[in-house]
Ligand binder design. Sequence first.
Ligand code: NDP
Length: 331
Amino acid sequence: MFKALVVDKDEESGKTSAAVREIGPQDLPHAEVTVAVEYSTVNYKDGLCIGPGGGLVRKYPHVPGIDFAGTVEESSDDRYKPGDKVVLTGWRVGEARWGGYAQKARVKADWLVPLPEGLDTRAAMAVGTAGLTAMLAVLALEDHGLEPGHGPVLVTGAAGGVGSVATAILARLGHEVAAVTGRPEQEEYLRGLGATQIVPREDLSEVTRKPLESELWAGCVDAVAGAMLGRVLKQMKYGTSVAAIGLAGGAAIEGALITPFILRGVNLLGIDSVMQPYDNRVRAWQRIARDLPMDKLETMVQPATLSDLPHLGRDILEGQVKGRVVVDVNA
Ligand code: NDP
């Protein structure tokens, strides 16, 4: 038997509840690789799945945890053998399928990535889905021509998980980073990650119908969407790109007009970490191992255990989590 955070639903009231329980290997789904999980993390989607699911969870009881890192225990696939260190993000694990909030997980071999050299399982989860997404966003901006020296790169939702890692990676690569935050008390933290400019959230929160504004940003990693993305698009320099990764501030792009795309050739790049092909995931993890300053990563980490998850799930939905929560499932 082993421990797991199990979310269950009362069919009569429709209410869900989350608690740490003992489950057995027979409860795990059928798949090729059984992993002894060491660490998982708390992401926005985990917050949804720890609660009523937000349409992501298909079936109860459910084990959330959209990413994990650990050691292969059993494998019927030639690519993995017992003792291999692996990391998993995406593929609807922790949403439609049981995830990493358990001491064991069973998944398809195709969804795993061997742990890159230079990262241990804890560091891999300090990065986690949020960090992988941040790296995918930076790679997309680079593929569209972003280089250091082009001007400040804006990061929205900067004190959150994706924003923190994006700030640290961009600064390490030599970019000037302008960090947008609604939490002025996080200024020191963000400057510590390498931000050179702090932009208060309210400066970019107003919806305007102006077709364009002054050209300010050489690139943007946007975790927020809503009114902020509408404003940011109008402030992008000619021919630059916004990598849109999330919608913490709303599912629409409010107040945006077509003008930034037509008159400034701005690109809006959608980044999805969930269904990334194997080669892209390996490339991104290798760049993370190379370009993410590990001392900065440590300043982002808040440690947690399985029993902390019910309240952390609520905190992340309210935008109250700073940086990355790393869950030691064996603590
Ligand atoms: P976090 O909650 O850690 O960070 C989001 C940050 O956005 C907050 O910390 C806050 O930053 C800011 N924010 C929150 N609410 C608002 C608001 N109403 N208006 C403006 N800013 C706000 O989440 P993550 O960083 O893990 O994820 C961010 C988004 O990205 C989520 O929507 C998530 O679902 C999505 N995501 C997408 C992925 C993909 O593959 N595309 C992968 C991972 C996440 P501050 O306090 O600094 O203002």
